[in-house]
Design a protein around this ligand. Structure first.
Ligand code: CIR
Length: 256
């Protein structure tokens, strides 16, 4: 059960954030409204949400998931793979120190929270453009004494591991078709139900299970239908402006 979430309000310079998308420039007012709906959805799931102010020098800072990860035992402050985002993690450390013992990922490691998928005591760490082997090694070493087993997964194309694979129930993963086939999961997927989203619906694989509900981007009826097997309440959210900067529902918060 998650009790808390941290989010950060997008700043007026969000259009300057990093992006590989050709969906155009985000509209600030619409982005703010979408963010508010997202916070409402988290509150609806019963979590207390700390809403942090924008960081003027960091147009991607509302994607808070990348700069930390929080387990019941501790908080790990990452070292973001994109140089433009380095420094965001210092601002989140001060906040998380109120809730958890802090451990930091150190140079030469790079690690983005978007590459870390924790399912029970199993940690999948995506090796991506943002997360290197040393980042995965340090994280594995930090989490091992708490009883977590880590394994690396090459992300290949796409930004982060969780851009295309997410946990949607205790034993179920939502996974983009292409990733199920091409990622070498080394047999680690065996214990999980896999709900595979169709080609064209890849963005829907970036959905977020929070307590009694799943937050997912609106506009994916086929994936919505597939998720119905879980009999979990689904909240659909318009993520159009976040998507223009490669963001989705998972990266906008830290839950713990
Ligand atoms: C970036 O490129 O870092 C941001 N524009 C998007 C980060 C999205 N984060 C995530 O999916 N975990």
């Amino acid at each position: 059960m998650f009790r808390h979430a941290l989010v950060r309000i997008p700043g007026p310079n969000l259009a300057d954030g990093l992006s590989t998308s050709d969906r155009g420039k985000p509209d600030y007012q619409i982005a703010l409204r979408q963010h508010e709906r997202y916070v409402d959805a988290l509150r609806g799931a019963g979590v207390t949400v700390d809403v942090l102010d924008p960081l003027p020098d960091y147009p991607d800072a509302h994607f808070v998931e990348d700069v930390a990860l929080v387990t019941p035992e501790l908080a790990v402050i990452t070292r973001p793979g994109a140089e433009a985002r380095r420094g965001e993690e210092d601002a989140i450390e001060q906040v998380l120190a109120r809730y958890r013992h802090i451990v930091r990922i150190r140079e030469p490691a790079t690690l983005d929270g978007g590459d870390v998928l924790i399912v029970g005591r199993q940690v999948f760490i995506g090796i991506s453009q943002r997360t290197n082997e040393e980042g995965a090694r340090q994280l594995g070493e930090i989490l091992a004494p708490c009883g977590y087993a880590s394994t690396t997964v090459p992300v290949g194309s796409g930004l982060h591991l969780k851009s295309s694979v997410n946990v949607v129930a205790g034993d179920a993963l939502l996974i983009a078709n292409s990733k199920q086939e091409t990622m070498s999961w080394g047999g680690h997927l065996a214990g999980f139900r896999q709900i595979v989203v169709d080609e064209g619906d890849e963005y829907a694989a970036n959905s977020l299970w929070v307590n009694d509900r799943i937050l997912m981007p609106i506009g994916y009826p086929r994936s919505l239908e597939k998720l119905a097997v879980l009999e979990t309440r689904i909240v659909q959210l318009d993520m159009s402006e976040m998507r223009k900067k490669d963001g989705g529902v998972t990266c906008l918060s830290l839950r713990f």
